[in-house]
Ligand binder design. Structure first.
Ligand code: PLP
Length: 335
């Protein structure tokens, strides 16, 4: 803030900016806000688990509306205080109930907040190889080697897409190898999906790994954030999902999540959840949102291409392909 250089750029904050370097509010969000304001809704507390219409649409967005898990009712989704709140509720849930192991394996490196979230909840942090500085890409062999040595029933955190901070994601065939080995090791998968739609511009493509793991029989935990893909950063909108073995177990998990959440924040904030729910549940707004999220993702992809072509134009002979191979808002440049 003290730097008066007109060309200054903040490359540290994980928030999307427009061409003027300003925060960007989506049109569909403005429209949803107007619809909500016109309804003159009351400000009663939400239930402990949040706004039901939001949670349902949130789970459908991640898993796909026809997912067998949703049809059979063997999952529970609760509204949370964005992605961070979701991860923390999940971490507390594991600390209370996953008594078979305290170990949580994070990719090396991972989002800076993952460590304190799980540590403060009482879990023990471990790590698996992920990033390869030599290729500035994904180290599949290193990851598989490390995962094959993790004690059974440990928790493993996977970034669903647009890995923070590297921008490096496994390809589908690499995800398949990971899913098979993780199953063999009997690990519990906790997916962090903070960027659905924001990575490729396609919400289904970005959720591919999450859906594939479920198909392969993994009963995952899932954190979702609407900070980036709806630009709802400060509204704090997110969801936490537990996929269970059957509907009975899902009921018990829901009951325990209520017991866990009640003394932390009692119930989640309503405004952002109403906005997200209005967008997800109103066909015209949903369509507009898909276009807008694609617009943001495409612009990021174009910027990567422009960075590479300008580096070449300036005379660099280095191979910059990793910059365009990486995905999402974050980039390890190799500089
Ligand atoms: N997980 C990852 C990997 C992130 O990059 C972020 C935000 O930067 C989050 C979770 C959670 O963000 P929020 O709490 O704003 O939803």
């Amino acid at each position: 803030k003290r730097d008066t250089n007109p060309k200054k750029m903040n490359l540290g904050v994980g928030a999307y900016r427009d061409d003027q370097g300003k925060p960007f509010v989506l049109n569909c969000v403005r429209k949803a806000e107007a619809q909500i304001a016109a309804k003159k809704l009351d400000k009663e507390y939400l239930p402990i688990v949040g706004l039901a219409d939001f949670s349902k649409a949130c789970a459908q967005l991640a898993l796909g509306p026809d997912n067998e898990v949703l049809k059979s009712g063997r999952s529970i989704t609760v509204q949370t205080i964005s992605g961070t709140g979701s991860l923390r509720v999940g971490a507390n849930f594991l600390a209370r109930f996953h008594n078979v192991s305290r170990d949580v394996y994070l990719p090396k490196p991972s989002w800076g907040n993952h460590t304190p979230i799980f540590r403060d909840a009482g879990m023990q942090l471990k790590a698996y190889t992920y990033y390869d500085p030599k290729t500035i890409g994904f180290d599949l062999k290193g990851a598989l080697d490390d995962i094959s040595k993790t004690p059974e029933k440990s928790v493993i955190v996977l970034h669903a897409c647009a890995h923070n901070p590297t921008g490096v994601d496994p390809r589908p065939e690499q995800w398949k190898e990971m899913a098979a080995l993780i199953k063999k090791r009997n690990l519990l998968v906790f997916f962090d999906m903070a960027y659905q739609g924001f990575a490729s511009g396609d919400i289904d493509r970005d959720a591919w790994a999450v859906r594939y793991f479920i198909e392969q029989g993994h009963n995952i935990l899932l954190s979702q954030s609407f900070a980036k893909n709806m630009g709802l950063y400060g509204e704090r909108v997110g969801g936490f999902t537990v996929v269970c073995k059957d509907a009975e177990e899902a009921k018990r998990v829901e009951s325990q999540l209520k017991i866990l959440i009640r003394p932390i924040y009692s119930n989640p904030p309503m405004n952002g959840a109403r906005i997200a729910s209005t967008i997800l549940n109103t066909p015209e707004l949903y369509k507009e949102w898909l276009e807008e999220v694609k617009g943001m993702a495409t612009r990021i992809i174009r910027m990567r291409e422009m960075l590479v072509s300008n580096l070449k134009k300036e005379g660099s002979t280095q191979d910059w392909q990793h910059v365009t191979d990486q995905i999402g808002m974050f980039c390890f440049t190799g500089l």
